[in-house]
Design a protein around this ligand. Structure first.
Ligand SMILES: [Zn+2]
Ligand SMILES: [Zn+2]
Length: 333
C-alpha cells in the first residue's frame, strides 16, 4: 500500500499538493497558491493565481495590490485536478482558514496558524477529522500556557484608571492582534475612543468593512497631548520605542503577544505592561486539538517541534517534522 499522504510533498518553501499542482502558503511566487491567511509569512505577493477566503483576499489586496483571486468561502469547495479543496475556520485572524484536501479517499488538513480560544474578530476553529493533520507549533512547549484574555485586558484597564496623567500605549501586530485587542477592550466595557498609529488605519477600516465592529477609533495624528491622557493607543510593536511615541503623554508601554510570557522578551523591548494575548494555540490547545482530531499522522510545519514530536510519540500518534523555511517566529503576532 502506498504511504499515507504520498501526494503531499513538503518543500522548504511550502507544501506542494501534487495532484492539484498547487502550493499551500508558498514563500516564493508560484503558479497556483492556496493561502491559509493574510499574515505576511503565509500570504506573499506575486503568485499567478490565489485561492483563499474572501477576507484573506481582501487583506492581500490591501497589502500587495489586486490579486488574481479565486475566493472560496468557508464551507465551499473547489476542485483542482483530482483534489477537492475546502476552507474551514482556523480561529487565528479574520478570514484565516484550515485547508482541507481530499484525494482518493485520503484527507489532509493544513491548519496554517490557529487558536482554540474565542476571538471576537473571527470565526472559531472547526475540528475536521482527517488522516493527516498538518499543524504549526509556534508555542509548542509546555511552559506556554496563555492566560485568560479577559483577565489580561482587565489588567490593561486597571492600569489605565490608576495612572494619572498618562496613557497606555499597546504594541500589537497590525493584522489581527490590533483589531482583537480593540474588540476585547469593547467586550470588557471600554467604550471610550481608542487612538491608533497611522499604520493601523487601513486594516482597522477593512475589518470594519468586513463586518467586525471596533467602536470609535481616532488617529493619534492631529490629537493634542492633553486629549490623549487616559486613553488607550494602539501602535505596531516597532513604534513602541521610536520617536513617534514621544508625542504621547508619558505612556505606559504595553505589548500584546504570546511571547510576553517570556519575561526576558518583555524586558528587551522595554515593555512595562506585558499582556499575554496570542493568536496562536498554546501547548494545551495544540495537544487538545490533536486529541480532538485524532489523525493517523501529525506533520509539524514550524515553531518548537521537538516537544510536540515527543508528546505525539508518548500518545502513539505518528509525527513528522517538515522543516519548512520562511515562516517567521511571528515574534509580534
Ligand atoms: Zn499567522
Ligand atoms: Zn505563521
Amino acid at each position: 500500500m502506498a504511504r499515507l499522504g504520498n501526494w503531499i510533498e513538503p518543500f522548504p518553501e511550502g507544501i506542494y499538493v501534487k495532484p492539484a499542482d498547487a502550493w499551500v502558503d508558498p514563500s516564493q511566487p508560484k503558479e497556483r497558491a492556496l493561502v491559509t491567511h493574510g499574515h505576511a509569512d503565509h500570504a506573499r505577493g506575486g503568485h499567478k493565481a490565489v485561492w483563499a477566503t474572501p477576507e484573506t483576499l481582501a487583506i492581500m489586496d490591501v497589502r500587495y495590490g489586486q490579486q488574481c483571486a479565486n475566493p472560496v468561502a468557508y464551507g465551499e469547495t473547489v476542485r483542482l485536478g483530482e483534489v477537492e479543496i475546502g476552507f474551514v475556520p482556523a480561529g487565528h485572524v479574520l478570514g484565516s482558514a484550515q485547508i482541507v484536501l481530499d484525494y482518493r479517499g485520503e484527507r489532509v488538513v493544513v491548519s496554517g496558524d490557529y487558536k482554540r480560544r474565542p476571538d471576537p474578530t473571527c470565526a472559531p476553529f472547526v475540528v475536521v477529522p482527517c488522516d493527516i493533520f498538518i499543524t504549526e507549533a509556534t508555542f509548542g512547549l509546555p511552559v506556554f500556557r496563555h492566560p485568560d484574555t479577559g483577565a489580561e485586558i482587565d489588567r490593561l484597564l486597571h492600569r489605565l484608571r490608576h495612572e494619572e496623567g498618562r496613557c497606555v500605549l499597546v504594541g500589537a501586530y497590525a493584522l489581527g492582534k490590533a483589531q482583537r485587542v480593540i474588540a476585547e477592550l469593547r467586550l470588557r466595557g471600554h467604550h471610550e475612543p481608542i487612538y491608533y498609529h497611522g499604520a493601523m488605519e487601513r486594516l482597522c477600516r477593512l475589518y470594519e468593512d468586513l463586518g467586525v465592529p471596533l467602536g470609535e477609533l481616532r488617529p493619534v495624528a492631529g490629537a493634542t497631548k492633553a486629549e490623549l491622557v487616559g486613553r488607550v493607543i494602539i501602535c505596531p510593536p516597532s513604534a513602541l520605542n521610536d520617536r513617534w511615541s514621544r508625542r504621547l503623554p508619558d505612556p505606559v508601554t504595553a505589548m500584546a503577544s504570546g511571547w510576553m510570557r517570556v519575561r526576558q522578551r518583555a524586558r528587551q523591548k522595554n515593555v512595562e505592561l506585558p499582556l499575554v494575548i496570542s493568536d496562536h494555540a498554546d501547548w494545551d490547545e495544540l495537544t487538545q486539538t490533536i486529541r480532538d482530531i485524532a489523525p493517523k499522522e501529525v506533520w509539524i510545519t514550524h515553531g518548537r517541534e521537538d516537544a510536540l514530536m515527543h508528546w505525539c510519540m508518548l500518545h502513539q500518534v505518528k509525527a513528522r517534522e517538515l522543516n519548512l523555511v520562511g515562516y517567521e517566529d511571528e515574534e509580534e503576532e
